[in-house]
Ligand binder design. Sequence first.
Ligand code: SF4
Length: 370
Amino acid sequence: MTKESALEKTDLKSLTKEELTHFCEELGLQGFRSDQIFQWLYQKGVSDFDDMTNLSKDLRNKLKDIATINRIEAVQQQESSDGTIKFLFRLQDEEQDYKVEAVLIPDFFTDGAARRLTVCVSSQVGCVFGCTFCATGKMGLFRNLTHGEIVDQVQYINELAEEKYGKKITNIVYMGMGEPLHNYKAVINSASIISDPLSIELSPKRITVSTVGLTKQIKKLADNQEPFNLAISLHAATDEKRDKIMPINNSMNLESLEEAVRFYYKVTQRPITYEYLLFDNFNDSRRDARELSKIVKWAPSKVNIIMYNNVAGVELKRAREERLDNFMRELIQNDVRATVRRSRGDDIDAGCGQLAIREGAPKGKTMAKT
Ligand code: SF4
């Protein structure tokens, strides 16, 4: 097989379910065949057509001639003292050695059994938005992941969870490397595949897509009635402070975010979650808490207050416990539903804002360059 003809093959994992159906129709296959192939790809996780044992040998050979199954490769795994596991995956680019990280965050019952198994997945190699506290943002953006590459992260970790804990993953958050709504199509396609009954079949209610506040895409989620949860990475509750740490706020400020959030709730009637990293002496005063409580009232919402894991070279630091206590008290007095989340996997750099590939890669696209 020459390189050219190999390149012409269709990667089946680059197709949506509908596209796969169409692909099978063009081959003259009966309708149920595309469901069988979909199941092999996403429920059984096979990488070899010969493993698709309910297809005839002829069909398998035909598929081998015209199609491929690309999978990302797990190259490293690190386990934190708190049970969090960070995975490093290599993508299949011919010219580039791109890698992304994903994290499995287990919560345990007192008897040690796994209660919740949350997977945090990456949606891009790097990120263009350059939030000042975020290690991924320092890389710049190299490329979007395909939906197949996003599903691969989940599938790999799901298999490990079944082996290690005897149960499937329970939740997915799109909060790894990249801004999920900047790669809207692949993210929504991957979430749809993951929730499909012929795949991992995770309820859409257990899938959360986060965004730094891309207003057009928030409205698109609503217009398209996507059944997934929405989380907004807020991290500061005034334009003045948000401008300082999140460059996106210069073009999409809190006023435009408010409009998008109100629209989203009006259309979907689904509550919103805000993520708020607490930084020492930056956004952790009682006054900041009062500003935050105004935002939370735009629509039914809850807030996750996240204790930041410090990132090397970042000036912002984790807030002190007494500041956290006062902050929470103020939120409660203002009737805000808030939970404190301890960022996990600190000792393996797997916490919020810590994911990045450090191996001396040149910088990708930044907002200034695009
Ligand atoms: S916080 Fe999210 S949007 Fe901001 S730079 Fe990091 S990955 Fe990008």
